[in-house]
Design a binder for this molecule. Sequence first.
Ligand SMILES: Cc1ncc(COP(=O)(O)O)c(C=O)c1O
Length: 385
Amino acid sequence: MSTPELADKYLMQTGRRLPVTFVRGRGCLVYDDAGNEYLDLVAGIAVNLLGHAHPEVAAAVAQQAKTLIHTSNLYFSQPQVELARRLVELSFPSRVFFCNSGAEANETAIKLARKWGARNRDGAFQIITTLGSFHGRTLATVTAGGQPKYSDPFKPLPDGFMHVPYNDLDAIRAATSARTVAVMLEPVMGEIGIVPAKPGYIAGVRKWCDEKGMLLMLDEVQTGLGRTGRWFAFQHHGVTPDVMTLAKGLGGGVPIAACLASPKADVFEPGDHGSTFGGNPLACAAALAVLHVIDRDGLVGHAAEMGEVLHGAIHGLGVKEVRGIGLMQAMEFAEPRAKAFQQACLDARLVVNAVDDHSIRFVPPLIVTAQQIDQAQHTMQEVLK
Ligand SMILES: Cc1ncc(COP(=O)(O)O)c(C=O)c1O
């Protein structure tokens, strides 16, 4: 049986896969089981910050695997405390909880907000999030996300989430009540096709949260770690959050996620939360290698620069709209042709991501070069013909 046939027989059918089986990669290139080479501008959905098979990540993982893979959080772990320290140094004064996925990091944030509300705000527990946002697929995070198509099949949903339009501070003001404990936002909405926060929006929400005694929780699962041309997207807005979540790129492809909480929001006590695998030595070794290479090779600045090159390249295709910041860009077609375009690009050995019928998302590795972007533009021009 072929891999697609085996997948059909043995895997739950939770999503539609494109007809390709990748078997190896190197940098921004990835190869299928017939040996064809593709230029990858999706990077495992904004995950492989250093591309595929980065030698230093591979070496760090191999070394850690030969030393100690897992011990659980019953004991101290050197790679874990080192990684926590590094993340705090790079972001804002806080403490870190490690887990394994973006959903779990956001679930952690939600639990933190509820405990914080019980302790400081007379049991306030409601969290305001935005329409079109995506925060994960656990029951609470899928409810937090503002896309009913993902949550409706699983009703009844947990209580305590209100959805308002993105980039609309007045809507947040109007939705706030004595029961509201936090606002949870993506600094750039990713899954819905790259919608960046307008200037002043995040800072305005920060101010409103301070006035009302609410937590500002930023979901930087997709925006974090250099993708937007800063280490974290909040750094574009001149404010810091109370809680921030990270996942995707943190381990360069090895599953690891984190929830950072400022001293004010850090209300967990022993027994409140946990994760068997969270922050295990193997995943932390991978993440430490990723952060080291991003820093040493100046990849945050490179992402800002390549983001402009990518933006210009997509703009040159003459589509309806181009949106984005850094290496998080999208283009929108006037007609519903994104899925066909994605397939045609794949046939032409270019990996791009159709987020819906109209929009294509580009979230390449941070190491992408101007020459590779040029090559991608040429392929897309041919496809559009
Ligand atoms: C902003 C954001 N938050 C959370 C998630 C969920 O992350 P995960 O799939 O690792 O659970 C995603 C995934 O796409 C995301 O983009």
